[in-house]
Ligand binder design. Structure first.
Ligand SMILES: Nc1ncnc2c1ncn2[C@@H]1O[C@H](COP(=O)(O)OP(=O)(O)O)[C@@H](O)[C@H]1O
Ligand SMILES: N[C@@H](CCOP(=O)(O)O)C(=O)O
Length: 326
């Protein structure tokens, strides 16, 4: 039986991401096992409908100003296809404005889902170029799009990337403070110029960190996961951050960094480390001494990137059924 695009339903699961990993400002990203689900189809009633499920998406607009709708239209424009009305459903575990790449996962999810809806005319590379341009930097979008650890460089015109397989024994502890910090605000805290000494420090640290990931030399992370480009300037926005970054290794971390633009703090930990509880206590107590409540989550690097399921005709289970069934 032949199906038309108006009968196609696309469901995509997209990972969150942590950008920078310390010294790799706007360059390094790692996908994380925290997810958003996005379903796209052409509405039978003809009008755009946007359904958001769960608590994580409060304040996200439900009309055509919605980021997902706008990004999907960008794909249709590039492909020369007209799909003015969409049924969008989204559920997300990724907290907004906490430094875990919610905007990047929304952009990547919309690109991947819209492309699949119209038969995937755009290549992954093209999706990466569009995502980088929309997000303004390639680190989060690269990780959400390709999974694993992604090293990328963008010259404002083209972004190139290399994907590294995350080490099988690396766990990730994140402390998510109970306040929001927009990437825009955290970028405004950065200086417009830095010294040659600090630039050299970061080139060394970032290069060594990539080499440590690529070679599996996890013991080097401690030395390499240090930064002078952005973390010192953002520390004032996140009380307790400086102490956590200075002392996390004393409590068993392989290394620690601000996740993206913050406020989430991230520690890489060797799987099976006997000091996991001690590290949890250190992170939570250091933040709480500053009056900041935080949620701790143990995550893994996500090595898969987006998972796409396409069904022709109405799916046996609706999006809501699937979410309720989880
Ligand atoms: N699923 C979504 N749908 C629409 N907009 C979203 C979605 N997820 C994130 N956003 C937008 O991205 C913003 C957060 O981006 P940002 O400040 O870069 O923080 P982060 O990406 O670290 O969560 C939100 O305030 C919202 O405007
Ligand atoms: N390189 C960017 C990364 C922002 O990540 P987010 O998860 O906070 O959106 C930056 O450091 O500004």
């Amino acid at each position: 039986m032949k199906h038309t695009m108006s009968e196609r339903h696309v469901l995509v699961r997209i990972p969150a991401s942590t950008a920078n990993l310390g010294p790799g400002f706007d360059t390094l990203g790692m996908a994380l096992s925290l997810y958003a689900w996005l379903e796209l189809s052409v509405p039978s009633g003809g009008q755009t409908v946007i359904d958001l499920y769960g608590d994580g998406l409060e304040g996200v607009p439900l009309n055509k100003t919605n980021l997902i709708y706008k990004v999907a239209q960008r794909v249709f424009d590039e492909a020369g296809v007209q799909v003015p009305e969409l049924h969008i459903s989204m559920y997300s575990e990724i907290p907004l404005t906490r430094g875990l790449g919610s905007s990047a996962s929304a952009i990547v999810g919309a690109l991947v889902a819209a492309n699949a809806l119209i038969g995937s005319p755009l290549s992954d590379d093209r999706l990466f170029q569009i995502a980088t341009e929309l997000e303004g930097h390639p680190d989060n979008v690269g990780a959400s799009l390709f999974g694993g650890i992604v090293v990328s460089a963008w010259d404002g015109d083209r972004a190139e990337h290399v994907r590294l397989e995350p080490h099988a024994d690396m766990d990730v502890l994140v402390a998510i403070p109970d306040f929001q910090l927009s990437t825009e605000k955290a970028r405004h805290a950065l200086p417009t110029e830095i010294s040659m000494k600090d630039a050299v420090f970061n080139v060394g640290a970032s290069s060594l960190l990539v080499a440590a990931f690529a070679s599996g030399r996890l013991e080097l992370i401690r030395h390499a996961m240090r930064d002078r480009l952005h973390q010192p300037y953002r520390a004032g926005l996140i009380p307790g951050m400086a102490e956590i970054l200075d002392r996390a290794c004393e409590h068993g971390a392989l290394g620690a960094a601000l996740s993206g633009a913050g406020p989430t703090l991230l520690a890489l930990v060797e799987a099976g480390s006997p000091t996991k509880r001690e590290l949890e206590r250190f992170l939570q107590e250091t933040l709480s001494a500053q009056g900041i409540k935080s949620e701790l989550r143990w995550l893994r690097p996500d090595a898969q990137g987006p998972i796409v399921a396409t069904s022709e005709g109405a799916p046996a289970l609706t999006f809501m059924d699937r979410i309720k069934g989880e």
